[in-house]
Design a protein around this ligand. Structure first.
Ligand SMILES: Nc1ncnc2c1ncn2[C@@H]1O[C@H](COP(=O)(O)OP(=O)(O)O)[C@@H](O)[C@H]1O
Ligand SMILES: [Mg+2]
Length: 226
């Protein structure tokens, strides 16, 4: 499990993250939802280790954070071939072109293997960044709006691959999304962030249909929930 306690981050004296405590259970799937600026990316960056919290702690099994997979909101694609962009991900096993091509196929990007990274669209870049994560097992995946620039077909395909990956590897998944439908399909627990605070969490059924806090009710009012 991953236990966060009293995690705080401020910029120029303004607190953007302040979470008292939360436990992510192994193999759980967690969706971070909330308005722009509510602290979703900040939390993911701190969990990924690309940003230091001002205070607080993250307790997790040793070695877990060295093997996590992180996909930032704007994933980085190097300006060499798409295939090479995948091959650089083999850090724990030998680099394998056939496996890299299989990963590209799983996101519908195999025809782009020879294309230059800098020529990709936003959605294509996200698909390549996602394929890059598929090639190795990760006990923890941190994905920041992983399908935000994808068309519906690509998004559906990536969601399915993500669910398959998580069940094959028993991966813990924490992802930010602006799609409540996606949060409902993929996650078993939703965490609603509001001005840096964890306002409320629970299953989709609990949080969406029986919100307990004013923050959750206000947030949901702006969404059309099926
Ligand atoms: N490097 C930074 N300097 C100053 N403010 C920042 C910086 N990074 C993020 N912020 C602010 O922190 C808040 C939380 O940002 P973020 O975690 O990216 O929100 P979300 O991902 O929920 O949209 C926002 O108001 C954002 O403007
Ligand atoms: Mg964000």
């Amino acid at each position: 499990m991953i236990k966060i306690s009293q995690l705080r981050k401020s910029y120029n004296g303004r607190c953007v993250l302040n979470i008292e405590d939360f436990v992510f259970e192994p193999g759980g799937k967690y969706a971070l939802i909330g308005a722009n600026g509510s602290g979703k990316s900040t939390l993911l960056k701190i969990l990924a280790g690309t940003l230091a919290a001002d205070s607080g702690s993250i307790d997790c099994p040793s070695g877990l954070r060295e093997r996590l997979g992180y996909m930032p909101q704007k994933p980085y694609i190097y300006d060499f071939s798409v295939l090479k962009n995948i091959l650089i991900a083999f850090t724990h096993s030998q680099s394998d072109s056939a496996a890299a091509l299989r990963a590209l196929r799983r996101v519908g990007m195999e025809d782009f293997a020879a294309a230059r990274g800098s020529r990709l669209s936003g959605g294509e870049s996200q698909r390549v960044a996602f394929a890059r994560m598929l090639v190795e097992p990760h006990p923890l995946l941190l994905l920041d709006e992983p399908t935000s620039a994808m068309d519906l077909n690509a998004s559906d395909q990536v969601e399915q691959e993500l669910l398959d990956y998580c069940s094959e590897q028993t991966t813990t998944l924490i992802f930010a999304t602006h799609s409540l439908a996606q949060a409902q399909r993929v996650a078993d627990t939703l965490l609603l962030m509001d001005h840096g605070l964890l306002a409320e969490y629970g299953s989709a059924a609990e949080l969406i249909h029986h919100p307990q806090t004013q923050e959750a009710r206000d947030f949901l009012r702006n969404w059309k929930v099926d």
